[in-house]
Design a protein around this ligand. Structure first.
Ligand code: AMP
Length: 255
């Protein structure tokens, strides 16, 4: 399989007026995946690895909010400024704001060569809105991958996570330490702890997950789309487990 050209995801991160540097090639049966799982299970890392393998676009609502947060505050709408406050506290952004942002970028869902949704949907309301959009566009989901990890492992992963302020590469103080403390191996940028990875915000995020997002597991199970994956081990091990299940699924779909 040839490696697809890397997209900067400009249309997703900056909004519909921006154009992506690489548009994925037209595929006959593009992968349309949702990644579910508590914060810290490694959805973002898996989404990046899967994007490289499957050539679909990595669509993370958290990344889109963080990109909006980098803009000057006068170019942020009042709803976006409020959303960034929710985010800082580790709370979920209201459905209306999330859907407004996703709807504006629906071209990324409808017209790209497949997608990997990471961090969306996070509530039953968001899942229903996505289902409606996809039904209207006559698109179907390939699968919903649910990454499972015990709570202690999740807290350890989140509290040790460090992100490069320049290239956004992700490190971990013990599991994936940079060669020089606090400095990104890839670009030399400064590594920082995301505000919502601080202990008080982690508790709020995990509670929000249990209350609002965990019910999606049953929702997608009933639709026959759920693929549970154990998220223990290295990113490559988790990726191999995911690919095994996706390959088995595509064999079943082709049979
Ligand atoms: P993430 O990078 O996916 O962990 O998202 C970071 C933060 O962005 C979350 O803790 C929420 O505050 C906000 N956020 C991202 N996606 C959503 C969503 N689909 N619904 C509500 N809030 C979201």
């Amino acid at each position: 399989m040839s490696t697809p050209a890397k997209s900067d995801r400009a249309a997703w991160l900056q909004g519909p007026s921006a154009e992506c540097s690489a548009v994925p090639a037209e595929r006959k049966n593009p992968w349309r995946l949702i990644l579910l799982g508590a914060p810290g299970v490694g959805k973002g890392t898996q989404a990046e690895l899967l994007t490289e393998r499957l050539g679909a676009c990595h669509l993370s609502t958290g990344d889109a909010f963080r990109a909006a947060g980098m803009q000057s505050s006068c170019s942020q709408s009042p709803a976006m400024r409020a959303a960034l406050e929710y985010m800082r506290r580790g709370e979920l952004v209201p459905d209306s704001t999330v859907w407004e942002m996703v709807r504006e970028r629906s071209d990324c869902i409808v017209n790209c060569g497949g997608f990997i949704l990471d961090g969306f949907p996070r509530t039953l309301g968001q899942a229903e809105s996505l289902k409606e959009l996809m039904e209207k566009e006559e698109l179907s989901l390939s699968a919903v991958v649910d990454y499972e990890l015990p709570l202690d492992d999740i807290i350890q992963r989140l509290s040790g996570r460090r992100t490069c302020e320049k290239c956004k590469s992700v490190f971990h103080v013990t599991e994936r330490p940079p060669k020089v403390g606090g400095v990104c191996d890839r670009c030399g940028g400064h590594l920082f702890q995301r505000e919502d990875d601080r202990p008080e915000a982690i508790t709020v995020r995990l509670e929000a997950y249990e209350r609002s997002t965990a019910p999606l597991i049953q929702f997608y199970k009933e639709l026959g789309l759920l693929l549970p994956i154990v998220a223990k081990g290295s990113p490559d091990e988790i990726m191999a487990r995911t690919m095994e299940k996706l390959e088995a699924l595509s064999m079943r779909l082709l049979a």
